[in-house]
Design a binder for this molecule. Structure first.
Ligand code: SF4
Length: 187
């Protein structure tokens, strides 16, 4: 995928094209200026997959974390993992972003914000989050019904359809696929 995104476009892209799991982590990062390891991995690799280059990724994470821990501690304790995700440290493996299946089977603990909201949120939180995305009425009830039957990816697909006004025949199976399908519709 040859697309490239810039750190200054992230909030705008989140509103139009990021799936709920990623929107949630961005919101928490902006709010707390921090994300625990699971979130940094899921979100960081998503951004990399969406075309955020390493230098821009460091700028993005530093701008938030430095507000909480200071930039010195950011550079010492957190920058390594980001470079690592880009294959610039350690075994130099070029890591790829997580699929929905992997995300859904995660077990986020207290204070974690990774995972799949359709799977890991309670009903009230999920309702509020979907309302926030402009999803209500029958569409919302249909999505919650899929969630009750543990069809999380279908629920996400229906959210995509409700927010983009198109049908998504392939179904959602990866957050980066959600993003690229969205960009296709919007461009
Ligand atoms: Fe994210 Fe996949 Fe869950 Fe959608 S179904 S919120 S893309 S993990």
């Amino acid at each position: 995928d040859a697309t490239e995104i810039s750190s200054k476009d992230i909030d705008q892209l989140a509103r139009t094209s990021f799936p709920l799991c990623i929107r949630h982590m961005l919101e928490k990062l902006r709010e707390n200026h921090h994300l625990k390891h699971g979130g940094r991995m899921q979100f960081g690799l998503f951004l990399k997959g969406a075309g955020l280059k390493l230098e821009d990724a460091l700028t993005f994470w530093r701008s938030e974390f430095s507000q909480k821990v200071g930039s010195e501690r950011f550079d010492k304790e957190y920058a390594y993992t980001i470079r690592h995700n880009y294959g610039k440290e350690g075994k130099r493996t070029d890591y790829t972003s997580y699929s929905c299946q992997k995300i859904i089977s995660a077990t986020p603990g207290v204070g974690d914000h990774h995972g799949c909201p359709y799977r890991h949120f309670g009903e009230e939180n999920l309702r509020a989050a979907l309302n926030n995305m402009g999803v209500g009425g029958n569409a919302l009830e249909g999505i919650l019904d899929k969630v009750k039957n543990r069809h999380y990816q279908l629920a996400c697909t229906m959210t995509f359809e409700a927010t983009h006004g198109v049908s998504c025949d392939t179904g959602i199976n990866h957050p980066n696929q959600y993003f690229s399908e969205s960009q296709k519709v919007l461009q």
